[in-house]
Every structure is written in structure tokens, then in C-alpha cells.
Design a protein around this ligand. Structure first.
Ligand SMILES: [Fe+2]
Ligand SMILES: [Fe+2]
Length: 242
């Protein structure tokens, strides 16, 4: 649940000071805590800049009324995804974030702290790929795609990602875990994932979004609900998945 947001009237700020003043107000936005800004000009550029500075953690809704702009700023985790593909794109970021934090720990020699993060990463990645391979590929026609079309490319790349993840998991299962070797395989997987996610978000998801728009709103809502449950590791009845 998001608490009611505090209101900050920045209409009197000089333009040279506005970004700093706004950043000060929104930098502590976190899941469950929203902030409202009152601004005298179109906030699009300002919000894009703040979002970049805060590692794209912001989600905002802006409304213009009586010559002022009211912008409600939330943490991106509090924003309801527009559809199943927006949810998957947000999940890419979450998964990448886990791997990046683990890699950074490995590079500092903190293998013990990296291992649980990598276990969480591996489980989240398998759930993500499993949902794309299962529910989406079956429902939106990947099996009927030609070999060079985005759905078929996705399935092939999932095979490659699965093999690289297996190597990471094999090292995680050893005792003691070799942090240097683990860092090498994680870095390779990180590069593969980045390319794969880019291709999905720019080539495949637009195709699937068109396919989704031809479905009924109930079917779209049902798919989104299934995705939320699957990515959390639960089935729609709420039981934890194996
Ligand atoms: Fe994928
Ligand atoms: Fe994906």
C-alpha cells in the first residue's frame, strides 16, 4: 500500500535551482512512499532527468490544472504494470539488478555475500524464462514463428542462457565456492542477458503487444495476473511453486 504523498510546492523555485530542489524531495521515494510536486512548467524533461539520476527507480503521473502541474512520484515497484510485457520489462531490471549487485560483491572478493544473491537471481531468471517459454510463447504464437523471427530467436537465446546459468549454478554448488571463477561466468551471463533483454524489449514485445491488443481485456487481465503470480514463484491460487 502506498501512503498518502506529501506535497511540495516548487512553483517559486528559480529554474537554475529547480532540479536540485526537486531531487531533494524525490530522492527518498521508496516502495510504499509517494511524493507530490507542484510545478509551474511541463515536468517531462525534469522528471526524465531525476529518473536518470535515481537509476530509473521513479514512476510518475502528471496532471495540468490552472497553469500548474501536479506530479505524483512513486517508486517504480508501486506502479501497476500496464500489461504483461511491461511487467516482464520491469522484471528484466530486477533480475539485472540482482546480478549486478552480486558481480560487484564478487569483484570486491565478497563471495559469501554474493552467493545468496546469485541463488535468488537464478531462481528469478528461471521463473522469468519459464513464463516466457510457456504461457507467452504458447499463447502468442512463438512455436509458429520462422527461425529468424523474434519469437524463435527468443527461444534459441533462452537455451543459451540456460546453459550459461547451469555453469553458474554448478560453481554455486561447490564448497568452497571459487569467487573468481564465478565472477567470470556471471560476467559472461550478464552480457548475454543484456543483449537478449534488449532484443526482447525492442523486437519481440512490440509484436506481442499487437497480438495482445487483439485479445479481449479479460484475457489480457488474466494473463497479467498469471504473470504476476509466476514471477513471484506462486501459482494463481497462491500456493508456492516448487
Ligand atoms: Fe527472455
Ligand atoms: Fe524476458
Amino acid at each position: 500500500m502506498v501512503t498518502p504523498s506529501s506535497l511540495h510546492d516548487l512553483r517559486g523555485e528559480r529554474s537554475a535551482d529547480l532540479t536540485g530542489a526537486a531531487l531533494e524531495r524525490v530522492k527518498n521515494v521508496r516502495p510504499g512512499v509517494a511524493v507530490t510536486l507542484l510545478l509551474s512548467a511541463d515536468p517531462r524533461l525534469l522528471m526524465a532527468s531525476l529518473n536518470l539520476q535515481l537509476r530509473e527507480n521513479l514512476h510518475w503521473d502528471a496532471v495540468e490544472a490552472d497553469g500548474a502541474w501536479r506530479v505524483i512520484v512513486r517508486h517504480r515497484e508501486d506502479a501497476a504494470p500496464a500489461d504483461v510485457l511491461a511487467l516482464l520489462a520491469a522484471d528484466h531490471k530486477r533480475i539485472d539488478g540482482l546480478l549486478a549487485r552480486a558481480l560487484s560483491l564478487l569483484n570486491r572478493g565478497e563471495t559469501g555475500a554474493a552467493v545468496p544473491l546469485l541463488r535468488e537471481f537464478a531462481a528469478a531468471l528461471k521463473r522469468h524464462v519459464g513464463f516466457e517459454d510457456g504461457e507467452l510463447a504458447a499463447g502468442l504464437g512463438a512455436s509458429r514463428a520462422a527461425a529468424d523471427e523474434p519469437p524463435a530467436v527468443m527461444l534459441r537465446e533462452h537455451g543459451e542462457i540456460g546453459q550459461q546459468l547451469l555453469l553458474v549454478e554448478e560453481i554455486l554448488a561447490t564448497d568452497p565456492v571459487d569467487g573468481s571463477e564465478l565472477a567470470v561466468y556471471c560476467a559472461i551471463l550478464s552480457g548475454t542477458l543484456a543483449k537478449h533483454e534488449y532484443r526482447e524489449e525492442h523486437s519481440l514485445f512490440p509484436l506481442w503487444r499487437s497480438a495482445l491488443m487483439r485479445r479481449g481485456s479479460d484475457e489480457r487481465a488474466d494473463l497479467l495476473e498469471k504473470a504476476v503470480a509466476a514471477l513471484r514463484g506462486r501459482d494463481v491460487s497462491g500456493a508456492a511453486a516448487l
